[in-house]
Each structure stands twice: as structure tokens, then as C-alpha cells.
Write a protein that binds this ligand. Sequence first.
Ligand SMILES: [Mn+2]
Length: 321
Amino acid sequence: MIRLTNELQNVKTVAIAGHIRPDGDCTGSCLAAAGYIRENFPGISVDVYLESMNPNFLFLKGAKEVKTDWTEDKTYDLFIALDASDRERLGEAVKYLETAGRSLCIDHHITNTGFADENWIDAQASSTAELVWQAMDEERISKETAESIYVGIINDTGVFQYTNTTEKTMQIAGKLMAKGIDFSHIIEETFYRKTYVQNQVLGRALMESILLLDGKIIVGRIRQKDMEFYGVGPSDLDGIVSQLRVTAGVEVAIFLYETGTQEYKASLRSNGPVDVSAVCSYFGGGGHVKAAGCTMHGSIYDVVNNLTLHIEKQLQDHEEG
Ligand SMILES: [Mn+2]
């Protein structure tokens, strides 16, 4: 376990970074940690590095000060990695880790490599935000910091729906509510809100999806030319795999979007016994048992075949076992 108060002794400068393609947990965790340090340790200067800032999270405190430009060479006393499972996932922010006096890593990915000087990895935690809450002194957490933590938790639990939600998750969520946050508004704006084009591209992926293996696997995909047509980027595709997943009878949902010639980013979700983290790890990716991702190379047919073979194998082993 890591306690921020203990780690900030004799520290004057802190860099906080999450993973590339930052999601709500990553963004919320980073903003919460930064806000907490700025509010309670005024002598410490904090920079947050995120590859991009989702406009839905711009209302969170400190969001507008996030550095999305990593060209500056700065050295820090302390580097804190949040929700990033390995060095590669930090993107170019890894240079601040390498030059920092000391580094911490707080994460809940089972695949985390423990790359920092001190690592707190708890794969039982619903979200990194849940761990960030525990790293703080409860009475020193402001309403604004509570909002950022809440965004992290609802993002990774699907608003307390997924099986990673625990009694502890709900206790922490209750304490966040007691800080006076507008939880209903936060859920609407950060989890359910979609732009018109995001809904259009979701519809397109659903309409063109296919079922494989007697309906146990559903595959959706978006080509680069589709993304250009709708004028959307990768972050606009969040949530498509979740919608594919709710299809009746489906064990595993696969969503693929084209990132280059014969290159696809794959997101997998499991409803049942299939460990998609194992599938994605085989192809060089990672994640959680029920939600994972990887980058795949080859034609769309090869990519779908390779992924479904591994899923089919697991389903067979499960039926036999
Ligand atoms: Mn997370």
C-alpha cells in the first residue's frame, strides 16, 4: 500500500502520468492525485501528463492545466504512474519516469509489470481511482478531488455494474457522495453522454457486426475510411464494445478499429468464463479478465480468426472442465 503523505516528504516537484489513450479511470485518478497534492501540500508543484483530454472530463478540477505536449525536458523529484500497466503504456511520458528522483506506481491491472521504484498493484480493486482514494487521508479530500475519483470508479465499473465492483467500492462511493458531489450529473455527463457522430458510428458498428461460433462471439469493426467519413477519432469509439457485449447469447464481444495498413486495435469484453486478458496478453496486449485489448496485425479475416481461435479454445476447455 502507498500513502501519499509519506511519499511527499522532501519532495518539491511531482509529475503524474497515466496511460496512452486515457480513459475515465486514468484521467480521474491523475486529476484527483494532482488536486489533492496541490490543495494539501502548497509547497509542491505538480504537472499532469496525459496524451489527450476527453472534453467530457474538462469540468474536473485541474483538467485545463493537463499537459498534452510532452516535448519539454523537465526533471521531477517524484514521478507517479496511475492506471498504467507497463512503461510502454506511459507513452512518451516515460522520459519523466526515467529522469525522476523516485517513482511510484498505483494500478489495478493484473498484468502490471511493477516498473516503478515502489509499486502498489491491487488487481482486486475496481479501479485505480479506488486505490488513489485509499492513498489519501480521507478528511483532506475536497469535493473537487472526490468528483475526479468518482469519475474513475464509475468509468471502470460501468457505473457499479461490472463484477469488479465490491463492497469496498460502494463504501468509497458512499463517502464520495458524502463530500457533496453531484453524482447523477457526473454519471450522465461522463458515462452516458455521446455526441451525434459518436452515436452514428456506434450505429454503424452495430449494423455491420457479425456473429460467430453459434452466436457466442460478436465482432464489430470500424475502418479508417469510416472514421474519416464521420470525422471521429479513437476516443469517439469508446463504448462500442460494451454495446456489442450486451447482445443476448454472446460470450465475448470483439471490437476492432483500423489504425493502419493491416493493423487493428482490438477491444475484447467477456460475459462469461472466457479470460480475455489471457487472449490479449498472447498477442502482446493486456487488461482485465473481462475487459482487455491488444494490437493485431494482418487482414481483418486473419485478425478475427486468430482471436476467435483462442476464445473457442477457452470455451471448449471450460465445457470439458
Ligand atoms: Mn483502470
